[in-house]
Design a protein around this ligand. Structure first.
Ligand SMILES: O=C[C@H](O)[C@H](O)[C@H](O)COP(=O)(O)O
Length: 225
């Protein structure tokens, strides 16, 4: 099976976690996009969605699925999203698609987090995938120095084909930190959250996944945490 077929399989399996009549939190990225396309088939069963990015909101609306602002919503039944890396304990690196801050906010108010990922995302130790950190632009270099002091190799994310900084949906910039071996994800998440100028770090450990649907050539495997 191709990686896209594995992503499609987990996106389809995630439909079982959609709660009828409720608001569903929807993530960002290629796997989440497959999920949005599956959700479109059963859109009449849900009240609506909260999106974790402008791109996701546009795709949902394109399918005629209602999108609510988080401030209009008091409760989200389930949040469904991909990951760049996930451990067997449910801690994740996210943000390869630049949506980490809104993803973290939506996940934080959701009753359940279902991660959908192809099998290549399962790792023993987080950090091979460079850790994304959203920063306020004026703090970019200060945060990069702090991350270098913590043993990482930070790099400003730039727009494709340009040296200009990539700008997030929130007006922030992204620092991607390579060379880390994150053996204590929750502790490291707290440590980075303390750095002034950091908006959010793409470590999802304090609020990790509750369930991971992992696409493998032997079928969709369910991990519960
Ligand atoms: O910001 C993006 C998200 O955290 C994505 O969930 C993550 O990058 C995985 O994306 P994909 O499903 O495209 O591999």
């Amino acid at each position: 099976m191709t990686q896209d077929e594995l992503k499609q399989a987990v996106a389809r399996a995630a439909i079982d976690y959609v709660v009828d009549g409720e608001i569903i939190g929807v993530g960002t990225g290629s796997t989440a996009n497959f999920f949005i396309d599956e959700l479109a088939r059963i859109k009449d069963r849900i009240k609506g969605t909260v999106a974790s990015s402008e791109a996701t909101a546009a795709r949902l609306r394109g399918h005629g699925i209602p999108v609510f602002d988080l401030n209009e919503v008091t409760s989200i039944a389930v949040y469904i999203d991909g990951a760049d890396e996930i451990t067997s304990g449910g801690a994740m690196i996210k943000g390869g698609g630049a949506a980490l801050t809104r993803e973290k906010i939506v996940a934080s108010v959701s009753k359940k987090f279902v991660c959908i990922a192809d099998g290549s995302k399962l790792v023993d130790v987080l950090g091979k995938f460079p850790l994304p950190i959203e920063v306020l632009p004026m703090a970019r270099n200060a945060v990069m120095r702090r991350m270098a002091a913590l043993g990482g190799q930070p790099k400003l994310r730039t727009k494709a084909g340009s040296d200009d900084a990539f700008i997030t949906d929130n007006g922030g910039e992204l620092v991607d930190v390579a060379g880390l071996q994150i053996t204590d994800p929750a502790g490291f998440e707290m440590q980075i959250n303390q750095i002034v100028g950091v908006v959010a770090v793409g470590l999802f450990a304090q609020r990790g996944a509750d369930v991971c649907l992992l696409g493998t050539s032997e079928g969709v495997k369910k991990l519960e945490f």
